[in-house]
Design a protein around this ligand. Sequence first.
Ligand SMILES: [Zn+2]
Length: 500
Amino acid sequence: MKRIAVGQLLQETNTLNPLQTTRRHFEIYGLDQGEAVMGQYGHTEELSGFATLPQLLGEPVEWVGLLRARAWSGGVLVPGLLAEIVEAFTAPLRGQQVDGLLLSLHGAQAAAEDPDVTGALLQALRQTLGPQVPIVATLDLHANLTPRMVQSAEVLVGYHTFPHIDQVGCGQRAARAMAHILRTGTRPRVSAWKMPLLTNTDGRTTDRGVLVDLWRELVAAEARPEVLSTAIYMAQPWLDVPALGWTLYQAYLDEYPPLDPQTVARTCWQTRAHRQTPFLRPAELVPAALAIPGRPVAVSESHDATNSGAPGDSTLLLAALTSTAIPEGGALTFCVDPLAVDQCVRAREGAVLELQVGGKVDPYSHPLSLRARVVRLGRVAYTLSGHGGHNLPVDMGRAAVITSGDATVVLVEETGPGSSPKLYEAVGLDPRDFKIVVAKSPEGFRQDYEPFAAGILYCGAPGCATPLLLEAGFRSVSRPLYPLDEIELPQAPWAGEMMR
Ligand SMILES: [Zn+2]
């Protein structure tokens, strides 16, 4: 029987969000150690894919649970938290033998002390385990790969879908790579090719974006027996850290990688200026939605996307929604504002009060003065399956549904998925009853809303997850970097092959 260590450290970081991520943000999603890692969370996300390892190996597996730490996207880890997490992962491995380590990680995660949490953890685990024990880790498609990550793991396996709906499949593919290494004792070669390229999510979905054909090629390549992993990591762009950019990663058993890195890099580079979405400013949004027949019109409030780690309390679009007449059902949106929730709870259902809503964390907007009626109090808690999670228990805390003008606003205490209509359904609201429904998600919301939406619109403004990257104010990224610099592909000495 093989003994396999297993753990999860999953959160996407947005370095523009001034609200740092604390231990409490992980506790909301279940911070657990030991047997609970697979015992309690073995049916969630990538871990449920890892659970197929015994079948793939043809023998039972004894799981050695390290840590399960999952939080919703947000600001950098507060000082000290990274060290605490690394200790919780490594301590159980000291003085005991394991045959392999399977990890569910993100790859675009930063701490106050270290811009590369994923690399720091992988490096610490490699040092603890020594060079012989294979490490296979999964990453989000928006990971920013670093030499530390590439050098510390035998294989990195990434999502093949955006919207992200293959968490389970990704975990299974990691289990497949681990099973191969354990069965044969062979280690793959690895090629990781960095591109000095940064894009927002516009036109970058894997089902209909500009690189659909390339994604098909990558997926087909990984299905070959001599290939253990292929993916393009498109880097979450609101991560102001050195060496931020796209990476092509391949782990393979032949002499050469299945895809020629320079050819792939050129293909990606040729699409660098691709745009297919007109981003409407908040003032343009309501008229554009009213011009679409039927309801609801699903709106991406991309600049405040909680799915991209923004605080979820921008008032730029909220101001337009609460001050404009919106017939045919009004607008439905949400705002992360624990103070306003508390005021509504104290005032009770039915009360009318003056509230300062939002703009308390978001550095790009101010609190909005609203005269609001508290129509309902409750809690936003549900299980997320689809884009952003699989069997993931979500808890956004106490909630207050308020109305102001033609807008209905769900005030919540904690951040969480901005892409799922379940947020509204959890407090008894049906998005289909409204003319406009807001998703704080740049693209993944389409997976949930498209089946019933009369139309889809994208709103863009200054914010922690602004799609207008030239307005994001990068300071720490390595230069030159497109689109901050107009360069040709070979002109960035920090990019190219990441040596193992
Ligand atoms: Zn992602």
